[in-house]
Each structure stands twice: as C-alpha cells, then as structure tokens.
Design a protein around this ligand. Structure first.
Ligand code: MN
Length: 202
C-alpha cells in the first residue's frame, strides 16, 4: 500500500473499498464529502503551499517533521493523517479483533483488547475540539495519544498505527453531537490486517 501517492504533486489517495462498503458505520455521503472534498482540499492546499519552496519535492513525512509555517504544516499533517485513516478500514464485521503479535502487544501494554478499546474511545471522546486519537508505537511499546488539529505521532518520534478522526466532518451527518457513539461503531470496520502490517514494519 502506498500511503503517500504523488506524481510530482501530491495526489488524492484512492479508497481501497467501494463508497458504500463501510455502511452503516460510515455512510457513502460522509465518505464522499470527507474523502472527495475535505481531503482533496488538503491535497490542493498543500501543493499550493509548497510550490517554489524548499519543501517542494520532499516526502510527506519530511514535510510534517520539518515545516514551520502553518499553511504547510497543517495541510501536510492532515494529508498524512487522512491517508493513514482512509486505508485502515474494511466492510463491517461484528467479530473484529487483532491477532498474532499485535494482539499480544495490545494485551501486554493495555491488559486486554477490551481495555484498550475502552481507553482509546475515552481518549477520543474527551479530546477537546478537533483532532485525532492514535494507537502508536514507541521503543517497542504501544501507546494511545491525543493529537490536536493536524498533529501526528511521528512528530514525537512514534510510529502511527491506527487512528480515529474526531473532527466533526468525520461523523456529523449521521451522528451529529454523538461523537462517542461514532467512535464505538468504528471498531466494526477497522482492518486489523492493515494495522498489523504497520506494526510489524517498525
Ligand atoms: Mn477528517
């Protein structure tokens, strides 16, 4: 999976599933706006912001780690975050859980998969304003982080594994103010094979 497509300029990542595939957890309408409008805007804004600067030609991660101006940093961060977000889902399944080494690490660092989910949801629900809740790895240990606005765990030396977007645009059409309900539903569509691949690449 290429999380960072670009052909000279950055381009909009393809969704690895049909527009209706994540229903009813994420509707085709939300997906259409979130991927087709919001993410496309971050792609366009980033390309415009880096044009004729030292950042033109850098990788997305390099830009996120080195940019200091908000126009470049925020759009690059949102592009990195959304590319990881949109590529981690699959059609809903009720029995949906990690396995193998990733499950062992989750149980080691959070006690159980259920305890991990509870803490992850709680940190997503209590993140004030717009941002992202992440499962990330640092020095071999799994941690849950809250990142405001466009921030990404790589800025603090961590490997990002799984993320839930808690910007209102991610859920408002179906869930309105019920962010916790949206977060609870997302477990049905997490593609744990993708998360395990990211974890095992560290
Ligand atoms: Mn978003």
């Amino acid at each position: 999976m290429n999380y960072y497509p670009r052909e000279g300029k950055f381009t909009l990542i393809d969704l690895p599933y049909a527009a209706t595939a994540l229903q009813p957890v994420i509707s085709a309408e939300t997906l259409s706006f979130h991927h087709g409008k919001h993410l496309q805007a971050y792609v366009n804004n980033l390309n415009a912001a880096v044009a004729h600067t030292e950042f033109e030609g850098m990788s997305l991660q390099e830009i996120v780690l080195q940019a200091t101006t908000s126009a470049i940093l925020n759009n690059a961060g949102q592009l990195l975050n959304h590319n990881l977000y949109f590529t981690q889902f699959c059609a809903p399944a009720t029995e949906n859980a990690p396995s193998g080494r990733l499950l062992e690490a989750i149980e080691r660092d959070f006690g159980s998969f259920e305890a991990f989910k509870e803490e992850f949801q709680q940190k997503g629900a209590t993140l004030f304003g717009s941002g992202w809740v992440w499962l990330a790895a640092k020095d071999g240990k799994l941690v849950i982080t809250q990142e405001a606005n466009a921030a990404n765990p790589i800025q603090r030396g961590m490997l990002p594994l799984l993320t839930f977007d808690v910007w209102e645009h991610a859920y408002y059409l179906e869930y309105q103010n019920r962010r916790p309900d949206h977060l609870a539903a997302l477990w049905q569509i997490v593609d744990w094979n993708v998360i395990a691949d990211r974890y095992l690449q560290q």
